[in-house]
Design a protein. Structure first.
Length: 243
């Protein structure tokens, strides 16, 4: 299904013309999705920025986790967007994946892509990432690029911890505040012109909250300082395990 790191290629039985006709329904596209017949979403109307390697985050995470032991298990994809991570987990590792998001468009796209990839073990739900809860159910939770969009990020982390089975893993990618006081967090409502941005937690606060909710083995896998906001924020990718 994948051809190179970060990319996603889906096998399809549709010819190019029929596939392009279907994909136009959901343009503009924000992520590159490739198909076995040569069609790419970058061939259609796209947004700026446009992500050509949508699997980058999960590729970093899976290099850190014992994915062979997670194969065939259960996964939760919070804020699944176009469903690329869900399709990847279901196709590569045979995982039973539940995705939650609040946008009907995302659900339509994800279900279409999963159908093309013959992923029968995926379900995509229109649910709130803050309150969604399935106690002691998931072996892996992906919480990528969603936490800072939530007015109550701590409740979302609590419900993630409660939804993980003991020994299960959380992959968390979000925005963090790099203030001089490590206990400070930043309320960034409307940051960068986006009124769905709310909180940039500091790394020490984020790590403390994870420990408070029963997660350990917390590891910062990747961090990139953001040029905007005077360089006082960064994008971070963490892995943690429920103990």
């Amino acid at each position: 299904m994948t051809e190179s790191p970060g990319t996603l290629t889906i096998r399809t039985d549709l010819d190019r013309e029929r596939l392009v006709e279907r994909l136009r329904k959901w343009q503009p596209w924000r992520h590159e999705i490739c198909f076995s017949n040569g069609v790419k979403t970058s061939d259609l109307e796209t947004t700026t920025p446009f992500t050509r390697t949508p699997l980058n985050k999960i590729n970093v995470l899976e290099a850190h986790l014992p994915m062979s032991s997670l194969s065939g298990g259960t996964a939760l994809d919070i804020g699944f967007n176009a469903g690329y991570n869900s399709v990847y987990l279901a196709s590569r590792y045979g995982m039973r994946v539940t995705g939650v998001d609040v946008w009907e468009r995302h659900k339509e796209v994800a279900e279409f892509l999963a159908g093309q990839a013959s992923c029968k073990s995926t379900e995509f739900l229109l649910r709130d990432a803050t309150t969604f809860l399935r106690p002691d159910y998931f072996d892996l939770i992906l919480h990528f690029g969603t936490l800072y969009h939530l007015p109550n990020p701590l409740l979302s982390l609590e419900n993630c911890a409660r939804s993980l089975r003991k020994g299960g893993y959380l992959g968390l990618e979000t925005t963090c505040y790099l203030g001089s006081d490590p206990t400070l967090c930043k309320f960034v409502w409307g940051f960068n012109g986006d009124r769905t941005n709310f909180w940039a937690l500091s790394k020490p606060v984020l790590e403390s909250v994870l420990r408070y909710y029963g997660l350990g083995e917390i590891c910062l896998l990747k961090e990139a300082r953001m040029e905007i906001y005077k360089g006082e924020m960064s994008r971070v990718l963490y892995a943690a395990r429920k103990i």
